[in-house]
Structure formats: structure tokens, C-alpha cells
Design a protein around this ligand. Structure first.
Ligand code: NAD
Length: 492
């Protein structure tokens, strides 16, 4: 059956002041009083950056939620009420759910789905070799849970998946007595808790409108607008959203480059743009390039989806190419900044290939792809740091989420280097130590704490007082007064 898109307003129908189910009693929750509707039994498979906030939110809304994950260490931590990722207030929300008896964690997908009315799939969909989304995790879970599902169960695909994946899951499940629904997720790491408790919209796509409506009803307590579509439309909404955000970031980075060329200041240009409500301020901040676990893979997947369907999405390819240029622009700014400190004969005279900058030491503040998370996946900060290292620069990084054991001096950033490998990425215990003897410091992640450092101390630690601010986080006038040479992105 084809389903036309329908927009519902959640809220009034959700139970109002009446409380049902086992959700926190009025006044018990630190997150305010949830509006609870009817209570359901839910399984969430994969408790990562998406699955865990989703599960904790559903528990907060009063549902009985069992989470299954393949990682035994993660499950053990969560059973103890410890959250394995950096996400503000998530541990509090998880512990509330556990205390209310609404949130439990088990090892493996099959163990979680027994008796569940709804099963949320929140497993990874990484980038495949050809740019397409790799559905192997989704398919593996579907195969694992299929024999354990009760008739009538609704499988809810929250992983970001290409158009047509609902049919793939149906095929792998091989069950005609269960429904598959698409429910893309829009939360942002760093604000996952408020984003999940107060989403801007809930999108549910399915050919079976009744199944989609039942999934929407699970979230009625959030009072978010509910958009019910067919599955292909829901899947497209997710990719189009991320493609738009990536494009907006590439646009503002390109405008920053233009500002540098014509002598304008991008901060004022953004003010002039953002007050126009058609444009807005969100995602209008220049930086070292966009990254993270979603935008790079989702934009490439959409280009691939379009190609498969016979449409050349050259516009989006342009946004991706602009992003790659942005990494290089930031690397070039850093290399130009450290060149004066290098011995004669080295530096950027002409070619700046690998090794040209051997001997240069640069401090890097920030490694995560954005502030408020510990996620290093496809981080632009890491990308820039690694490109600098490839050019022969010794990068000394500091990030508040990368801990250095007491007395260790520095630590290899997990997943990116070994201590003795060339191009090794080392993290230091604090922002000042990372700067010791460096020819410049580059700000790569917008952690607020960087704004409040003692910049006289930073200046004294550096071998040369040079700041490359790839996040436009600092006040140029303030640091220049202290004797720094300051280079931002599109700023005078
Ligand atoms: P993640 O890597 O943080 O979490 C995935 C979890 O799934 C892990 O805990 C892993 O152990 C578990 N898992 C893998 N295979 C399993 C299996 N067979 N059985 C049980 N558990 C298994 O990933 P994520 O960032 O939460 O992303 C999940 C999906 O959500 C992806 O499709 C992603 O594109 C999408 N998404 C992510 C974000 C985000 O900000 N991270 C936002 C929106 C959508």
C-alpha cells in the first residue's frame, strides 16, 4: 500500500496530566515530568551514540526497554550504570531509567528481543568501499533476531540506511508476520539528551501506515510533530537533511575563503546572513572542514544512491570537494605559520610535500569532531593533524576527552597511531604542556575551555607566539594584545 505523507501534532492525545505505566512518577525525574501515553515493551539493538539516548528516552517516556549489544564490555559498564561515551546528562537519564526498572541491558541482540512489541535497530552503517552504505550490521542483526520475534512485532530501523533498506530487512527477516518501519534519527552528538527528549520532528516511514502510526505513538510524550511517510521518503529525508547540513558548512567555508580573498570579515558576513530567517545562524560557522561519524559517509552514500538511480548529484559532489579543500587550506595556514621558525632552506618555498616540515612542532588543541563528545570518527581535527604529521610536522595534541595516564607525559591517540610509528599522533595531558616548545598552536575543536586559558602562559610555553584558530573561537584583538600572531578562518 502506498502511503501519503501525513503530519500529526503530538501532545494532547498523549495522556495529559493522567499518568499511566511505569515511568517516573511526577517530580521524580530530573528532566521534568514526562507526558506518558500507553506503555510498550521495546528492544533497542546497539547502544552506541544513537541507541543509548534512544533507549533512555523511551524508558523516560515510560516504556519497558531492553537493550542488546554485541560488545560485552559495553553491556557490563551499562549494567553498572556507567555510560561509555561522553554525552552530557546521558548517564543521569540512563540511571533514572534503571532505577525506575524501565531500562535493562543484555548481551546480544537475540536476548533483547524476546517479548518485545517494537525492536529498534541502532547498529552502524559505515561507508562501503564504493561510497555506498554498508548494511552488513543491519542484516546480521535481522538474521540473528528473526527466529526470536513474536508475531506482530514492529522492527524499527533507526540506523541511517539507503532507500530500499526496509525491503532488505524484510527479506533477511523472512517473516510475513512482522512489520518493518523506517524511523531515521536526527540527534546531534553533544546534545543527544535534549535532542532525544525534545526532537524537532519524528519521521516514520512505512508502507503499512498503521505500523508507522504505532511507532509514532511511542514518542507521543515528546510532543514533537510526527511525519508519517512511505519508507523510501523517510530514508530520503535523513540523507537529504545531512546533505543539506554538509552543504551549508561547505558554503560558509567557501564564503570564508572568499572573505580572505576580498578582505572582508566572515564573522560580520555571517551576522548579516544569519539574521535573515530564511538563512539562519545554525551550521553557519567556518571551521577546519566537516566530519564526524555521519556527514562524510552519508553525503557519499547519497551521491552513490543518486548515481544508482541515474541522477548525477554534482551539487553535492561539489560540497564534498569543497570540504576536502578546507582541510588543505587549514594545513596550509599552519605550515605557513610555522615556516618562519624553520631552519633556512626548509619550509613552504614551492612544494610542501611530505617531510618538508621535518623538525616543526605544532600544538593541536582539540581532536574530537566537535565539542561535547569524545567521538573521533572522521574528525576534521584528526584529519588536519594527520595531514600535518604526513608533512613531517610533530603534532602535540590535547583534547579534554583523551586522557593521559598520570606521569606518562603523552599517549598515542587510540586508533590513530602507535608511539613509535612515523606520523604518530600523540596527546598531552593539558593545553599548556602540548604547547611547550611548539612553533604554533592550532585550534581544531571548539571546546569552550580553550577560550578561558591563561594566554600569557600559552605564549611563554610556545617557541613562537603563533595561533592558527581553525574554529574562530578566540578573540583576535585580545590575543594580539598579548603579542600573538593570529590567523583565523576568513577573519581579519
Ligand atoms: P555506534 O558505533 O556508536 O553504535 C553502534 C552499536 O551497535 C555499538 O555499541 C555496537 O557494539 C553495536 N552492535 C554492532 N553490531 C551489533 C550486533 N550484531 N548486535 C548487537 N549490537 C551490535 O554507532 P552510532 O553512532 O550510534 O550510529 C548508529 C546508526 O545511527 C548509524 O547508522 C548512524 O549513521 C546513525 N546515526 C548516527 C548519529 C550520530 O550522531 N552518531 C546520528 C543519527 C544517525
Amino acid at each position: 500500500m502506498s502511503v501519503s505523507s501525513t503530519l500529526f501534532a503530538h501532545g494532547g492525545e498523549a495522556g495529559g496530566p493522567e499518568r499511566s505505566g511505569t515511568g517516573p512518577a511526577p517530580g521524580e525525574s530530573a528532566f521534568g515530568r514526562p507526558l506518558t501515553g500507553s506503555v510498550h515493551t521495546v528492544a533497542v539493538i546497539g547502544v552506541g551514540y544513537v541507541g543509548l539516548p534512544t533507549a533512555a528516552t523511551l524508558a523516560y517516556l515510560g516504556h519497558r526497554v531492553t537493550c542488546g549489544d554485541a560488545d560485552p564490555a559495553k553491556v557490563a559498564m551499562l549494567q553498572r550504570g556507567e555510560v561509555p561515551i561522553v554525552e552530557e546528562r546521558l548517564e543521569e537519564l540512563v540511571r533514572e531509567g534503571q532505577a525506575a526498572g524501565n531500562l535493562t541491558f543484555v548481551q546480544g541482540a537475540a536476548a533483547a528481543v524476546t517479548g518485545a512489541e517494537f525492536v529498534f535497530l541502532c547498529v552502524p552503517t559505515p561507508q562501503g568501499d564504493d561510497g555506498s552504505a554498508d548494511l552488513s550490521y543491519v542484516e546480521a542483526v535481522a538474521a540473528e533476531i528473526s527466529p526470536h520475534l513474536a508475531p506482530g512485532t514492529v522492527i524499527v530501523n533507526k540506523s541511517t540506511v539507503p532507500v530500499g533498506s526496509t525491503l532488505v530487512v524484510e527479506r533477511v527477516l523472512g517473516r510475513t508476520d512482522v512489520k518493518v518501519v523506517s524511523n531515521p534519527e536526527f540527534l546531534r552528538e553533544g546534545t543527544a539528551v535534549p535532542d532525544s527528549l525534545h526532537p524537532e520532528r519524528i519521521v516514520v516511514g512505512a508502507d503499512d501506515q498503521a505500523a508507522a502510526a504505532r511507532v509514532g505513538e511511542l514518542f507521543s510524550g515528546t510532543q514533537a510533530p510526527l511525519l508519517i511517510t512511505d519508507a523510501a521518503t523517510a530514508e530520503t529525508i535523513k540523507y537529504a537533511s545531512n546533505a543539506f547540513l554538509a552543504t551549508k558548512l561547505s558554503f560558509v567555508n567557501a564564503v570564508a575563503s572568499l572573505c580572505e580573498a576580498v578582505g572582508a570579515d566572515v564573522r560580520d558576513v555571517i551576522l548579516g546572513l544569519g539574521y535573515d530567517r530564511r538563512i539562519g545562524f545554525e551550521y553557519l560557522k567556518p571551521g577546519p572542514g566537516w566530519g564526524g561519524s555521519c556527514l562524510p559517509k552519508d553525503t557519499r552514500a547519497l551521491v552513490h544512491i543518486a548515481e544508482q538511480a541515474g541522477y548525477d548529484f554534482s551539487f553535492l559532489k561539489g560540497a564534498i570537494a569543497t570540504n576536502d579543500e578546507q582541510f588543505e587550506r587549514v594545513v596550509a595556514k599552519v605550515l605557513a605559520a610555522v615556516a618562519p621558525s624553520l631552519p633556512d632552506g626548509e619550509g613552504p618555498a614551492g612544494d610542501t610535500g611530505a617531510g618538508d616540515f621535518g623538525g616543526a612542532v605544532v600544538a593541536a588543541w582539540g581532536l574530537t569532531f566537535k565539542a561535547g563528545t569524545d567521538d573521533l570518527r572522521n574528525s576534521p581535527a584528526v584529519e588536519v593533524a594527520l595531514r600535518l604529521a604526513e608533512g613531517g610536522v610533530e603534532v602535540r595534541a590535547y583534547d579534554p576527552t583523551v586522557s593521559v595516564p598520570e606521569g606518562a607525559g603523552s599517549v598515542a591517540v587510540p586508533g590513530f597511531a602507535t608511539p613509535d610509528a612515523p606520523g604518530s599522533l600523540l596527546a598531552y595531558p593539558d593545553a599548556y604542556t602540548a604547547c611547550q616548545g611548539a612553533s604554533a598552536v592550532v585550534v581544531l575543536t571548539e571546546w569552550d575551555e580553550f577560550r578561558w586559558l591563561d594566554f600569557a602562559k600559552v605564549r611563554d610555553a610556545l617557541a613562537a607566539p603563533v595561533i592558527v584558530d581553525a574554529r574562530n573561537l578566540l578573540d583576535p584583538a585580545q590575543v594580539r594584545r598579548l603579542g600573538f600572531s593570529y590567523v583565523g578562518i576568513g577573519r581579519r
